[in-house]
Design a protein around this ligand. Structure first.
Ligand code: 6R9
Length: 653
């Protein structure tokens, strides 16, 4: 055995998961998508997607399902549709206007109930207003809003007009917003006075103003949410309630090409130049809609669905707005943070609305673990029937906690792998079919072709590890990087250009059953004395210790080993920081993975630096671990976290 192979073998310990959980019989029997979907798609992949496209309403049918000029794809060429009509009007026309589309819950406890008939009126008014403000098909509109219904309404209004929206997280800085406005050459910005976060109004308009000054933006449409005073630029700024509310509640839509741009979403990156991921209409909506139906087993008449993501993340686009609404779902939308006013807020919401499907991120689940299982135990969660996870690899430990404490050991869990670039879910169990394994996203959905390959592009055998690639085009795939075809080719298609594979940038392993384990971004691989160790594996080992709630691991330059493993851990609510916690945890990792993976240093911290989509910014932790001054923190959900960490570490020393 080579050294590489032997370390791979040691490191696979954690990923040899013995437990499997087949779907409950009743669930399987009533499931939307049966096992035969895999065969159907294998026999005729394109035909399979054409069938799913027929779940939508088209004004004109396509003549060519896929035009593939690698790496540029066009799906459903010649087809015409209106995305907003598909998400709203057709449900009203089908007699479901009275169905609740959105149960909105504001952080302070105010609520709004919006039916599909209401939504149709709201979207029509907003579309009329945007038209009045000069928005035309092909234009770009920036959306910088808190989690209020107007965010979804604004997106749909743009879609209705054939203009592309670009949503920017409310938590992003003025600088980030300005970069994106410039790159997209947006004409109109939709923002709000502010939103509520952690029990307080949090202003948005001042940052929007700072970002807009000197750009090509002509109009700023401002929603009143917090009633705080805001700076105002006459002639440029208009209130939503002045301009939108007086519009007719009907809007005659036109239909657009399947390849008409629907949105640009910027990925939060480490480089200065934003990367605008471009998505178009027909293929995107087909896959967002079908995956939502298939992976969440969505039953529009009876389910109450809740995706607890922010709309500024791709998950909010595909699984709050386009997927769910195209399926006529009743859903919950929540404005605030999970611990305001108390740590049981999520469970209270689930109990109140009878939520049946919950979709959230591992980071949130680990936060709940940290707060303790007695909190959800105080609420009635018996309405839940399916749980989903997205955003990061979910540690087996967190998976089991989610299954037991939230899902009452009865709800299937779907661990869904996908990216801003893929537009919709690619790898996930099918809840009525797959016997799930804690920590594994398992296999490609029907109609999706993935593989794990080595450096040279050769598929690795079962049991092996390498890089995740997508081997065939898929309907919701990005159509490019806005304004930069070269960068698109470079970033995703140059690494395996010979094979024509899309390089996802994620490490992955196939276990002995051929199931997939995602290991995080490939740049999250450490090199310790020549052994390649993924940060995810060490983090998983740490989190499997009863006193650890959350862990982030980085490789810091080490004079002897190349890199040394530095772990930042948050202890669980009940655990206290004792003198030998670090020693105990180092031994624990050695037991779980092998001595080579033992962290050089373990630092107990109160919080971890995360983006709004819950991804740990290891780059900043590496700065701390290597005693450097900190890099750019503007994309952090909470920029004060790094100060807390530095202060805590200084105190420890
Ligand atoms: C949807 C979303 C994409 C990156 C992706 C991967 C990580 C997402 C995951 C997962 C393991 C999962 N990721 N889901 N890793 N298991 N179920 O998160 O999009 O913000 O673009 O991030 O997130 O590393 O490459 P995006």
């Amino acid at each position: 055995m080579t050294e590489e192979a032997s370390s791979e073998a040691t490191l696979s310990n954690l990923l040899r998961e013995e437990r499997t959980f087949p779907p409950p019989a009743a669930f399987a029997e009533a499931a939307n998508v049966p096992a035969s979907a895999y065969e159907e798609a294998r026999d005729d992949r394109i035909g399979f997607w054409e069938n799913q496209a027929r779940r939508l309403s088209w004004a004109e049918p396509w003549h060519t399902a896929l035009e593939w000029t690698p790496p540029f794809a066009k799906w459903f060429v010649g087809g015409k549709l209106n995305v907003a009509y598909n998400c709203v009007d057709r449900h009203v026309e089908a007699g479901n206007g009275d169905r609740v589309a959105i149960h909105w819950e504001g952080e302070p406890g105010d609520t709004r109930t919006i039916t599909y008939a209401d939504l149709q009126k709201l979207v029509s008014q907003a579309a009329n207003a945007l038209h009045e403000l000069g928005v035309r098909p092909g234009d770009r509109v920036m959306i910088y809003l808190p989690m209020i219904p107007e965010a979804a309404v604004a997106m749909l209004a743009c879609a209705r007009l054939g203009a592309a929206h670009s949503v920017v997280f409310g938590g992003f800085s003025a600088d980030s917003l300005r970069n994106r406005i410039d790159d997209a050459q947006a004409k109109v910005v939709i923002t709000a006075d502010g939103g509520y976060r952690r029990g307080k109004p949090s202003a948005l308009k001042p940052a929007a103003d700072e970002a807009i000054a000197g750009t090509a933006v002509e109009k700023v449409l401002v929603v009143k949410r917090t009633n705080e005073d805001v700076p105002w630029t006459e002639g440029r700024d208009v209130w939503w309630h002045d301009v939108v509310d007086r519009q007719p509640t009907e809007h005659e839509y036109t239909t657009f090409d399947a390849e008409n741009p629907l949105f640009i979403l910027y990925t939060s990156g480490t480089t200065a130049r934003p990367k605008g991921i471009l998505h178009t209409s027909g293929g995107y909506l087909t896959q967002a809609s079908w995956t939502h139906h298939a992976v969440f087993d969505l039953k529009p008449e009876t389910d109450v669905y809740w995706c607890a993501a922010d709309i500024g993340w791709v998950t909010g686009h595909s699984y709050i707005v386009y997927g769910p609404l195209s399926n006529g779902v009743t859903q919950v939308m929540y404005e605030g943070t999970p611990d305001t006013p108390h740590q049981g807020r999520f469970w209270e919401i689930i109990q109140k609305y009878g939520v049946t499907i919950l979709y959230t991120a591992p980071t949130t689940i680990r936060t709940f673990m940290k707060w303790g299982a007695d909190i959800p135990a105080k609420f009635d969660l018996s309405s839940l029937r399916l749980l989903g996870s997205v955003g990061e690899p979910i540690n087996p430990e967190a998976w089991m906690w989610y299954r037991h404490h939230i899902g009452g050991d009865r709800c299937p869990i779907v661990d869904t792998w996908w990216q801003t670039e893929t537009g919709a879910i690619m790898i996930s169990p099918l809840p009525g079919v797959t016997a799930t394994k804690p920590g594994s996203a398992q296999r490609a959905l029907p109609g999706i072709s993935v593989d794990v390959v080595d450096e040279s592009g050769k598929p690795v055998p079962d049991g092996g590890g390498g890089y995740l690639v997508l081997t065939e085009p898929w309907p919701a795939m990005l159509r490019g990087i806005w304004g930069d075809d070269e960068r698109y080719k470079d970033t995703y298609w140059s690494r395996y250009s010979e094979q024509g594979y899309y390089f996802a940038g994620d490490g992955a392993k196939k276990d002995d059953d051929g199931d997939l384990w995602l290991l995080g971004r490939v740049d999250d691989v450490m090199n310790v004395s020549g052994h390649r160790i993924s940060t995810t594996e060490v983090e998983s080992a740490l989190v499997s210790h009863p006193s650890v709630a959350e862990a982030a691991v980085v490789g810091a330059t080490d004079p002897t080993t190349g890199q040394g493993i530095v772990a930042f851990v948050i202890l669980r609510g009940e655990a206290t920081e004792g003198g030998d916690t670090a020693t105990e945890l180092r031994q624990h990792v050695a037991r779980e993975i092998g001595p080579i993976a033992k962290p050089r240093q373990i630092l107990v911290v109160p919080e971890l630096p995360k983006t709004r989509s819950g991804k740990i910014m290891r780059r900043l932790l590496r700065d701390v671990a290597e005693n450097r001054s900190m890099g750019d923190v503007t994309t952090l959900a909470d920029p004060t976290v790094m100060n807390m960490i530095s202060a805590g570490l200084a105190g420890n020393a």
